[in-house]
Design a protein around this ligand. Structure first.
Ligand SMILES: C[S@@+](CC[C@H](N)C(=O)[O-])C[C@H]1O[C@@H](n2cnc3c(N)ncnc32)[C@H](O)[C@@H]1O
Length: 323
């Protein structure tokens, strides 16, 4: 036990840059604010910490899918008190169109039923981020990210909450990842959201150039660091990962084995397994998918609320026959 603690402490030290102070958890004070959004206090605290402590301004921050800015704003709060940041540039990309599910996230907030599906919420996002714009160079890009281009400027931190489809993953890896600086941080907000589990396959393909950093508790977020530049031909290979036909069963097996080799929290492991079951189902491998769910049900951690929330979502979205 002592050995494991020492290793964890050592790993914790290793993940910090030369002047990074402490850890995001120091910002999780009792009563800490949580901005309305589809993110948890832990995710918001991590973004504030990263803006204040990790970010150097040697590249910029790119955020995919900010919605109402519940991560954009903590990033900017952090940047405001970061004396080391050479420049403070953020690029955010979103369709800025209210979705049918958006009212679920907005429930109980001042934004509840403010819009109908299809309405633009860009004016609201602009209003929310306005107080920071003098101090942070914020560029807002409205439109479909699967067609967005990137200038080629170096990227130091990528916050990704928009790999909702395989073409989005495939396109953004090909266009944005060549600009990730060595040491860049990639924050995958949906790594543990089982209906976007192609992210495991994508990161598995990049495993030789990225290291797992941590999973944020009470969230679906998993964070990686880029250890060395990814060869261009590997990134170009994502062109073949734009749909389910691009997925091979042996690669899917290997990808989830890889994720399970670093995910320790029992509820995170169950959600990763459910992600595998869901992906196998989408690939038409029904029997194998059912076996994965049978294994999940046999788990002593099956009742964990984090996992149960995902299973409920799968049932609500019509995947009940899988289980
Ligand atoms: C779950 S929400 C993100 C929540 C957000 N990170 C927060 O802080 O609350 C997903 C976002 O991805 C955006 N999105 C989905 N598909 C997109 C696409 N093709 N191009 C750009 N944005 C997209 C949606 O408009 C939505 O704002």
């Amino acid at each position: 036990m002592k050995v494991m603690e020492t290793i964890r402490e050592w790993m914790g030290r290793g993940e910090r840059g030369p002047e990074e102070a402490g850890d995001y958890a120091q910002l999780l004070t009792p009563g800490r604010w949580r901005l309305p959004g589809a993110t948890s206090r832990e995710e918001q605290a991590w973004c504030e910490w990263a803006g204040a402590e990790r970010f150097r301004g040697e590249g910029c921050i790119v955020e995919f899918g900010p919605w109402l800015g519940s991560l954009t704003m903590p990033l900017m709060v952090g940047l405001l008190r970061n004396p080391r940041a050479g420049s403070r540039t953020i690029h955010t990309y979103d369709l800025f169109r209210w979705e049918p599910g958006s009212n679920g996230w907005a429930k109980g907030t001042p934004f509840d039923r403010l819009y109908q599906p299809g309405d633009s919420f860009l004016p609201l996002y602009e209003q929310l981020v306005a107080p920071f714009r003098g101090a942070v160079d914020l560029h807002i890009h409205e439109g479909d990210l699967s067609r967005a281009d990137w200038t080629g400027a170096p990227i130091e931190l990528l916050i990704n909450d928009a790999w909702k489809t395989m073409p989005l993953m495939s396109g953004t890896v090909q266009r944005f990842f060549p600009s990730l600086r060595e040491g860049a941080t990639v924050f995958h907000q949906d790594y543990l959201w089982c209906t976007e589990s192609w992210i495991h396959v994508g990161m598995y393909r990049l495993r030789n150039w990225f290291a797992f950093e941590r999973r944020l508790p009470n969230s679906s977020t998993v964070i990686f660091r880029m250890t060395k530049r990814v060869p261009p031909e590997v990134l170009a290979g994502f062109a073949g990962l734009a749909d389910m036909e691009g997925l091979r069963e042996d690669e899917v097996d290997a990808a989830f084995d890889w994720s399970l080799s670093f995910l320790e929290d029992p509820e995170a492991r169950l959600v990763a397994k459910a992600g595998k079951g869901w992906l196998l189902h989408r690939m038409g491998l029904e029997e194998k998918a059912r076996r994965v769910f049978a294994e999940i049900w046999a788990s002593p951690d099956y009742a964990h609320p984090f996992y149960q929330n995902q299973e409920r979502t799968l049932r609500d979205w019509g995947f009940g026959k899988l289980m």
